[in-house]
Structure formats: C-alpha cells, structure tokens
Design a protein around this ligand. Sequence first.
Ligand code: ZN
Length: 326
Amino acid sequence: MIKGYQEEVLKIYDKLRTIEEKTLEDRRKEIENKLPQVIEIEKNIAKLSLDLSINIIRKREDIDEYISSIKEKITDLRMKKSELLVASGYPLDYLEMHYNCPKCKDTGFIGSIKCECYKKNLIKVLYKNSEINYILERDNFSNFSFQHFSPYKNGNEPESPRKNMEKIASISWSFIENFTSTHENLLFFGESGTGKSFLANCIAKELLDRGYMVIYKTAVDLIKDLKSVRFDSQEDLEDLLINCDLLIIDDLGTEPLTEFSKMELFNLLNSKLLKRKKMIISTNFTIETLLKNYSERISSRLLGNFTLCKFYGEDIRVRINMNKKK
Ligand SMILES: [Zn+2]
C-alpha cells in the first residue's frame, strides 16, 4: 500500500521545480523585453565563467593573475546587473530560481541526507492516500457539540453521558494545550458510536493546525504498515510511525489478532513510550476484553501509560440523524 511512496514524494519535488522553471522562464522573457541589457550581461558572465574554467584546466602560465582579473570582471558585471534590476523596481533575485525550500533546492535531499521538508511532503503523500483529509473537514471542534450527548443518567454509569463528555473534552483540551510538555497518552474506550473517533479526530485537526506531525491509522492499516516495515524494510515509514508527534490508532481490536500483530504492536508502543512520543488509541473493547485479547506486556503499557477515558451513552450518530429529522 505504502510501496512507492518515495517516488510519489520525489514527484512532488519534480513538480515544484518544473513549475518554478516555467515561471523563471516567464520572468526572463519579461526582462528580455524590458531590460535587454541585463540579459546581455548574463550572457557575458556565462562566457567569462566558461573561459575561466577552460583556462584553469589548461593551466596557463599567469593563471593566478588571470583568475583574479576574470573574477573582478564577473563581479563588476554582477553589480551592474543588480543595479539595472533594482533601478527598474525588480528584486535582486528576479532571474534566480525561487525555491520553496532553499535548503535542498526542492530536491528533498541535502547530499544524501533527507531535508526537513521531506517529511512534510511524505506526510502529504500518506494523507492523500488515506481518508484523513476528508474526515478532518467533518470532525473538528467547530462541529463538536455537547448537545449530542444525553444529559440524563442511565444504567450503572456514575454520570450522564453529557457530563462524562465534558470531562473527557476537558482532558482533551489540556492534552492539546500542554502538548509539548505532557507525557500523557489517551486511551478512548467504549461502545461504538459514543464519539471516540470523532474526538480523536478533533484533537488531530487541532494539533495539525498548530503544526504538529500527526499520523492517523486504523489498527488494521497500522498492522499492514508494520508488516511492510518488517518485510519490505520501509525504514522511512517506521521512522514516521515512531517519531511523529502524535500517532492515533483508531479501532484497536479490529486488526487480526495474530502473534505477529501483537508483537509488532508491542514493539511500536514500547518504542514510542521510550521516546515519549504521544499516542491516542481508541477501541470498542472494554478493559476486560483488552486484558483478555492482548498480552500482559501490551495491556500493562496501555493501563500504565495512558489516561483512560470511558465513553458511553446512546449512539451519537443515531442521535444526530434523529435531531436532523425533527
Ligand atoms: Zn528542503
């Protein structure tokens, strides 16, 4: 699924450069019309640079003198070019490439090392391939309302679903506000339709807007990813899953519960906890079912390192639809 994502990232860079090359061409044409002297100067500079390199290769006798005289000429020409551009109201770099990322010149690499901007583009690719973009348009705090949760206490729970949700929302906000300083992780558990994924997505949106690197994965997709990390050596993907600021694992328990998946899940949880990289996990399982389905190693990490938030109440999706019909 993720295979070939590096090529997709490189395509983004190709596109950025092609667009910029075209705009640069347009800018050159404009200057050719309005300030042909500037283009003449550029041609002279190019010619002098070529002469310079030819003579360096030929090792002519007075080479040092020759180099400094040519360099001086080039500097003069560059000054003249700048003066002409500025006098006509153009910025100095009008005839240079304008890169989105000057560090790597929109290649994604500085030498053989990945540039900072590479990760951002990788996330773009991963998001494009997931549903998160669409989900976040719908699931965000501006669409969040306590009205969807019943104000009446029901069954054995100590509080009404609305009161409970107010508490969880307040935990979530403090998680967001203290995101850089907190070591907290959140475990949202409870029956389906009680707002777990919705709230997790709201938090994701809020943190993405604040510039954090958030990765959203359903448990099923996460296990697929961990498989390709293990068997196709997708190191970038592993790095991303471990080192992203927040990893959301939605619907834990829907993945195939094999020895492989449990072991890889444990390794991931462990690496993230050691690196203090935060997680939100949502699951329809009760705590008892979690304990029963996962090894003691996994459940002790979930119970020991996550703030447990129990969701309950009627299915809010049904409730929202009923309200619409009213
Ligand atoms: Zn870069």
